[in-house]
Each structure stands twice: as structure tokens, then as C-alpha cells.
Design a protein around this ligand. Structure first.
Ligand code: ATP
Ligand code: MG
Length: 567
């Protein structure tokens, strides 16, 4: 690949509106260009990266006997109505009508299409298990496309789907896919974690997300340093620590003028925040419901929305209704004699001698104890707070740490969710018709390419892992075409390496050295050979791996050294 004949539009300056490394460096290195909101064109060097990521993905999936298919990007709305997701998906699903006024949508995912393919073509348990995947374009009308291709509207995903006669067979493939994903991310030398996660609109059975660890990640991951426990914060279970201490204070109503917040309360009464509780009021199916949390803890809205009788999506009760129901402002509510039903978070439930609102403006109660105080006994305890650094892991292994991650893959057990709604059945050994068990396995190809940069870059450019770099060697010929010695030496190196199957980007342009080196940094090819007139006259050629120290090689050692390093 000769630079002079390539389309590699690098950028000297940091582009406007690009905030994070992967977005900035993919633009600057001439890998992508933006077309519109959440829409990107991949340029030649970018395509090479994607193709290599895809090759690794294909190799690891094929090893597990998954087979590749290719399904349409435009899908009939009928299928989505059958699965009831036409309504559930909301505006992420981009809908349209054809000339006959039939409903269609752009593919955000393919559970419906694959289930339809399966039910029309597979009839017997003998044809199971069946594991199919594709690498294809997806469209999701994301509310906030951002970070370039990390969260775009159109993107490339590997999505796979498996079909099984029973849960045991599904589990075996789920494990096999977990292994395949782990191999894919290991081959890219990524620091990643597989975590427990929420199923979202795809399904709610067992599922794991794969995260590439990076400070810029949108997700937070709680993990144990000593065990394999790791969970997305959206899912991480919060456990209470310690035993309930016996009461030592009596219940006392105290005046707290104008106190409306936990911080105000802590200041007014000079109590530790861990000894206070706050009560939030949300809409329930029959009446508003109180959610009692320790003062320093944060409500986990997804967990709260899943509590019995709480409305999903979670909706906070209006201030006026709270006053009507409870008789005070939202900052003075507490569980003692609360007139509406409430739940107590696990960590609030182990407090003793704590402080809470008195359900009366400008008053709080101190010395409150769950087991002693009449109106508080038999409170319903649930888990609805966010995990924080240092919380105990639910497996009892010790404290949790929290890191940020970019979700690059998500594997699910779907069970019979789609096979039931869409009536996908096979005949089992006894000739009975049963709904097949399904799994689904997503991996964002374009997001993964960007996530690699988030983890592997320095101040000047990306540090691509060899397996997916746009080329293996960047050959920088200085002072060409003026110096015919350099030109002929560089041509020889290029020809010899290329003949050996090494991918070389050969900078043969008539450009200043500064321009060539800056471009080489922005492109980030792992091995660099630089030769100029002065060095060559002393039989010395610079050789460098990523941004490590340069070594000087005599001309006849260059090709053997590269071959040794690359094979
Ligand atoms: P997120 O929570 O980040 O929106 P998701 O849970 O919607 O992701 P899945 O439906 O599991 O994602 O899709 C499978 C994979 O597709 C994700 O793990 C991710 O790698 C990729 N992906 C999802 N949405 C996008 C997007 N908007 N842009 C790029 N890749 C995406
Ligand atoms: Mg999403």
C-alpha cells in the first residue's frame, strides 16, 4: 500500500465536537468521516481495521460451530407486531411504509427475523442445536448519538442466535459463546470484564455483558478484587453489612426549621449522614409508594422500577400530591406513621437510633428503631440503592471496586420468549411439539474498534494491536524522490516485505519528514521503519515498535528483523 496512492485524509488539528480519544483519533488518523448525526463513513484504513476485527470474530465463532448468514436490513413491521415489540421499542425503532402502505423498520436487531427463518425451516429436534450469526448494519435512532462510532445511529454489529431443544443445550452454547467472546477480546489484548447485566427490551433471563475497561466508558462496573463477581452497576446487588444494634435512644421529635434536604439535616442536628434516612415518594399501581434509603445512598431507578406495585417507568410523585397524601413537604417525610405503603432499602433496614422526617414541616424524629417502634415493625425490605465503592460483594468475597467500561458485547439466554410469541416449535423425541429455547449474542464491531483506541493510545495517536492494525509495518522514506539511494533502498524493503505477505504502508510521498512522522503517529501502525539520506550513508536505518525506543539496523538486517518480529 503506497501512501501516495491511498486515500488517507489525516487532520492536523483536533476536530470540533470530538471529546474523547477514540472519536478524535479516528477522525484525525483518516479512519472515519461523519456524514450526519450518528452516521459515519469508514475510509480505507478504517475498513481494514473493521475487516480484521470481523476476521477474528468469524474465526472464534466458527471454531464453536456457529454458521454465518446475512439477513435483510429492512424488516417487515408485521414480525415486530407479532413479537409485541413494535410498541415496546419506542422511537429507537425507525419505522417507514413502502409504496403499498405496509409497515417496515430498519433493523435494530434480528430476533424476529431469525425466529421467522427458523420456524419456517426447522421442524425436528434432530436439527438442533442450531447457531447462526451475521455481521451486518444496524440502525437505532439513539436519543443522544455521541462519542463518534461508540454510540452512533447506524453501526455494524455481529449478532448471533441459537436454537435448542432444552435449557441444558442452551446453557452449553451460552458458555461456548462466552468462551468465544473472551477469546476475541483476548486476541485484541484488551483489558476486559464479563459482567452480570440487565436484559433490557431483549429479554430478562441470564445474560452477560462484556466491557472494555476505559475511563471514558458510559457504564460503571462493580467487581470483586478476589472473586469472579462482576456486575454492571445497573444490575449490581447491594447488600447491607452489620447487625442491627440494640436501641439506645428514645424516639424524640425535634424541631428542624426550614430543613428540606439530608445535608441540611446533618448540619442542623450534627448527626452522621449514615445515621439518617430519606424517603422518596414514587407512583405506585394503587397509591404513591415511599422508598426509604440511608441518607448517603442513591436510589437505583431501574431496581426501584422493578419493585412490586411500583410503576415502571419510575415516576416521582408531584410535590402537591405528596402534601395532600402525607401532609408535609417532600423533605420532611419519614417512615414513622407514614400514611402510604413504603419499602425500606436493605442498608436502611439495619440502622438503629436513626433520624428521619416526622411527616410534618420543620420537624424530624431522632432515636428511631425498626424493631422497637410500633409503626415500623414488619416493614418490607428490598434492594433499591446503587452500589458504591467499598460495599461488600454479594458473594461474600470482600469489598467491591468500581471501574468504568465500554459495553462491547452482550450475550443473553432468551428462553422461550420469542418462540412462544412467534410460535417457533419443533417436534421432540416423543413427537410432541415444543417451543424452542433461544439464545442471542451481540457484539458491536464498530464500537469495538473505537473501544480499542480508548484503551490503547497515547498523546500522539492510537497504538493498534498488531492483529487489527491497518498494516503491520509503516515504512517512512525521507527525502524522496530527491534521494535515489533512499528510494531504491525503501523500494527493496517494501518489495521484500510485501512478497513475504507482510502488510506495509509505504510513505513514498514527496513530503517533509515532519509531515510523514506526524501522519505515522496519527495512523498508529505498530512497526515503523524510517530511512533517510544521512542514516543510509552510514548504513543505519531506524526501527521502532509502537512508541518504544528506536533501534538502528544496518540495511541488510531490516527485513530479517521485521520477519522475525512478525512471525
Ligand atoms: P447500550 O446499552 O450501549 O445502548 P445495548 O444494550 O443497547 O447497548 P445490545 O442491544 O446488547 O446493546 O447490542 C449489542 C452490541 O451492539 C452492544 O454490546 C454494542 O457493542 C453494540 N451497540 C449497541 N448500540 C450501539 C450504538 N448505538 N452504536 C454502536 N454500537 C452499538
Ligand atoms: Mg442501546
Amino acid at each position: 500500500m503506497k501512501f501516495s496512492q491511498s486515500f488517507i485524509p489525516t487532520l492536523r488539528d483536533i476536530p470540533a465536537n470530538a471529546e474523547i480519544a477514540s472519536h478524535i483519533l479516528l477522525l484525525r488518523g483518516g479512519f472515519i468521516r461523519q456524514l450526519g448525526s450518528g452516521l459515519y463513513t469508514w475510509l480505507p484504513l478504517g475498513v481494514r481495521i473493521l475487516q480484521k476485527v470481523e476476521r477474528i470474530v468469524r474465526e472464534e465463532l466458527n471454531k464453536k460451530d456457529a454458521q454465518e448468514v446475512l439477513m435483510p436490513f429492512v424488516q417487515p413491521g408485521e414480525l415486530w407486531k407479532e413479537s409485541h415489540r413494535w410498541d415496546v421499542m419506542g422511537p429507537d425503532l425507525l419505522r417507514m411504509q413502502d409504496r403499498h402502505k405496509n409497515d417496515y423498520c430498519l433493523s435494530p436487531t434480528h430476533e424476529e427475523v431469525i425466529t421467522d427463518l427458523f420456524r419456517k425451516n426447522v421442524k425436528s429436534y434432530r436439527e438442533l442445536p442450531c447457531n447462526l450469526y451475521q455481521i451486518a448494519t444496524k440502525f437505532r435512532d439513539e436519543i443522544r448519538p455521541r462519542f463518534g462510532v461508540l454510540r452512533s445511529r447506524e453501526f455494524i454489529m455481529k449478532d448471533g442466535y441459537s436454537f435448542h431443544i432444552d435449557e441444558k443445550s442452551l446453557h452449553a452454547t451460552f458458555i461456548a459463546m462466552h468462551e468465544a467472546y473472551s477469546s476475541i477480546f483476548s486476541r485484541l489484548a484488551l483489558d476486559f470484564r464479563s459482567v452480570e447485566a440487565h436484559g433490557g427490551v431483549i429479554g430478562d433471563e441470564e445474560n452477560r455483558e462484556f466491557h472494555v475497561l476505559a475511563d471514558t466508558g458510559e457504564d460503571a462496573i462493580a467487581y470483586s478484587e478476589v472473586s469472579s463477581y462482576a456486575a454492571n452497576l445497573e444490575k449490581a446487588e447491594a447488600v447491607a453489612t452489620g447487625e442491627v444494634a440494640p436501641p439506645s435512644q428514645s424516639l424524640t421529635k425535634v424541631s428542624t426549621p426550614k430543613v428540606r434536604t439530608i445535608n441540611g439535616l446533618v448540619e442542623c442536628l450534627d448527626v452522621p449522614i449514615e445515621k439518617t434516612v430519606k424517603t422518596l415518594i414514587v407512583q405506585g399501581k394503587d397509591s404513591p409508594i415511599g422508598l426509604v434509603l440511608r441518607g448517603d445512598h442513591e436510589l437505583h431507578e431501574i431496581k426501584a422500577a422493578g419493585l412490586p406495585n411500583v410503576l415502571n417507568p419510575l415516576t416521582f410523585t408531584k410535590e402537591s400530591e405528596v402534601r395532600h397524601r402525607v401532609g408535609c413537604n417532600v423533605g420532611s417525610i419519614g417512615p414513622v406513621h407514614l400514611q402510604i405503603p413504603y419499602y425500606v432499602d436493605r442498608s436502611a433496614a439495619v440502622l438503629s437510633d436513626f433520624v428521619c422526617g416526622a411527616n410534618e414541616d420543620d420537624f424530624h424524629i431522632t432515636g428511631v428503631n425498626w424493631n422497637r417502634d410500633e409503626s415500623l415493625r414488619n416493614s418490607a425490605i428490598q434492594d433499591f440503592r446503587k452500589v458504591v465503592e467499598g460495599d461488600q460483594a454479594p458473594d461474600g468475597s470482600g469489598p467491591l471496586s468500581i471501574l468504568r467500561g465500554i459495553e462491547v458485547g452482550h450475550i443473553f439466554k432468551l428462553g422461550t420468549k420469542y418462540s412462544q410469541t412467534m410460535n417457533a416449535t419443533v417436534l421432540d423425541e416423543r413427537g410432541d411439539s415444543i417451543n424452542v429455547f433461544m439464545g442471542c449474542y451481540g457484539l458491536g464491531i464498530t464500537r469495538l474498534a473505537a473501544a480499542v483506541i480508548e484503551q490503547k493510545h497515547d498523546d500522539v495517536g492510537p497504538l493498534w494491536p498488531l492483529e487489527i492494525a491497518p498494516a503491520q509495518v509503516h515504512l517512512v522514506a525521507l527525502n524522496v524522490p530527491r534521494s535515489s539511494d533512499v528510494e531504491s533502498a525503501a523500494n527493496q524493503i517494501y518489495d521484500q516485505l510485501t512478497k513475504q505477505g507482510i502488510e506495509v504502508l509505504y510513505d513514498d510521498r514527496e513530503e517533509r519528514p515532519g509531515v510523514k512522522f506526524a501522519d505515522a503517529d496519527l495512523i498508529g501502525i505498530p512497526y515503523r521503519i524510517s530511512l533517510g539520506e544521512r542514516g543510509l550513508s552510514q548504513d543505519s536505518i531506524e526501527y521502532q515498535y509502537q512508541r518504544e525506543a528506536k533501534v538502528e539496523l544496518p540495511f541488510d538486517q531490516v527485513v530479517p528483523t521485521v520477519l522475525r518480529d512478525l512471525t
